[in-house]
Design a protein around this ligand. Structure first.
Ligand code: PLP
Length: 420
């Protein structure tokens, strides 16, 4: 922190004045509450709509209206190559090469596709390790994948839980569990940031341990991409999937993101379920037998680009291009730190912050655990114009997004909480 933090509106406003990213806020639409902008701290669930999005959608509507099928080649952003627009901005956000990243489908679908490509269980090595309390969709995906291969979830899934009386996992325990299970472990799948606790795992260390154990390392980065910088290529991560509707502001159900390490992306023989959009563009329209994968991550594309499910993300990434993930994260650390500082001033509400204290072990989200009355307090927050979400059991997740939230938002949140 560049100065002593203070629980005052003047201080928060001064922080906003000094914020190099302060102009970005005006590029977003805020929901309203009693004639004022609501305090929107729910970008961990659904990011705000950027103002450039309606124009971008209108452009595609116009090209469809006027060019119809000609839009595949002659639209302002030709639909045939629409996915090309994402490789560069996403490679910078995810920390990988352009040929390692693509957009397609949605997160859970992509997780299934990646598991089909990377989970090749044998009699000896067939287990998947994940964090206990992983996002339910991931749990269902893994449960049904192991069954699909003829294994029993009780035996084939290893869940790593925090120690008794602790709410977060210790990295050493994860590494130790990977080493202990190396004889039977086929794949390690972690949520990069656990959706409930907000804990950011050490992806590099987990990947290295998985590889040492002869296992694949894959991650669900739904709460990471656009929030915390990653170096997926340098960390040697095998695959990752994420959604685009949280910190990437791509809109509800927006197209998902996929990363596959170059060593697989370039391997056109790598196992996958294919469709014509993943076929070499030069031969795609020859309509011939025999799939020839594109020699990059887009070789995993299956169907025609879903332009209307991608356009908002494209527009939103243009805003990311005006800054970078490192600057966003630098602001986020200050902002989340300020939120934490203010929460520590509150004595009228009984809660525990279960998210790790260390800035490098979390992103923009702080999870407040209420032993009692969490739901009622959440309702009172919502009634007072604070938009945050509640997750059973007992957690209110509070996530100031550095792209559009101000320090004043953080202070107003604290003031309202003080009066509850
Ligand atoms: C961590 C995590 N994984 C998976 C999902 C499911 O994503 P989708 O519904 O896009 O498949 C979500 C949705 O919020 C999530 O937060």
């Amino acid at each position: 922190m560049h100065q002593e933090l203070q629980p005052t509106l003047d201080f928060a406003r001064q922080m906003d004045l000094e914020d190099p990213l302060k102009e970005f806020r005006s590029q977003f639409c805020f929901p309203r509450h009693n004639g004022k902008d609501a305090i929107y701290f729910c970008g961990n669930s659904l990011g705000l709509q950027a103002k450039n999005i309606s124009g971008a959608i209108e452009q595609e509507l116009k090209d469809w209206r006027e060019l119809v099928v000609g839009g595949y080649l002659h639209a302002k952003n030709p639909w045939l190559y629409y996915q090309h627009n994402f490789s560069n901005p996403l490679s910078k956000i995810a920390g990988c090469k352009e040929n390692e990243v693509t957009v397609m489908n949605t997160l859970t679908v992509n997780l299934h596709l990646m598991l089909l490509s990377f989970y090749h269980p044998t009699k000896q090595k067939y287990k998947i390790m994940m964090e206990a309390g992983a996002f339910p969709s991931d749990q269902y995906a893994v449960e049904t994948q192991v069954k699909f291969h003829g294994f029993s979830p009780d035996d084939a899934i290893i869940e790593i839980a925090p120690k008794e009386d602790e709410k977060i996992l210790q990295e050493d325990d994860i590494i130790e569990a990977i080493e202990r299970n190396k004889g039977s472990l086929a794949l390690v799948l972690f949520g990069g940031i656990n959706y409930y606790s907000g804990q950011f795992f050490d992806l590099k260390r987990i990947t290295a341990a998985a590889h040492k154990a002869g296992a694949i390392a894959g991650f669900d980065l739904a709460h990471v991409t656009g929030n915390v910088p990653t170096q997926l290529h340098d960390w040697d991560v095998d695959f990752a999937v994420w959604c685009s509707y949280k910190y990437l502001n791509g809109g509800p159900g927006a197209v998902g993101g996929v990363y596959v390490h170059e060593r697989y992306a370039k391997d056109i023989g790598h196992t996958r379920l294919a469709g014509w959009w993943g076929n070499d563009e030069a031969t795609r329209f020859k309509m011939e037998k025999g799939f020839i994968a594109k020699p990059d991550a887009s070789g995993w594309n299956i169907s025609t680009a879903q332009v209307f499910n991608m356009v908002a993300l494209k527009a939103s990434l243009e805003i990311f291009e005006q800054t970078n993930i490192a600057s966003l994260n630098a602001k986020s650390k200050l902002q989340t730190g300020y939120l934490e500082f203010l929460l520590h001033q509150l004595s009228n509400i009984n809660f525990e912050i279960i998210t790790p204290k260390e800035p490098e072990r979390r992103g923009a989200q702080l999870s407040l655990y209420f032993k009692e009355q969490g739901k009622e307090i959440h309702k009172r927050m919502m009634d007072s114009g604070i938009i945050v979400d509640y997750r059973e059991p007992g957690v209110i997740r509070v996530a100031p997004a550095p792209m559009y939230n101000s320090f004043e938002d953080v202070f107003r949140f604290y003031e309202i909480l003080r009066s509850i």
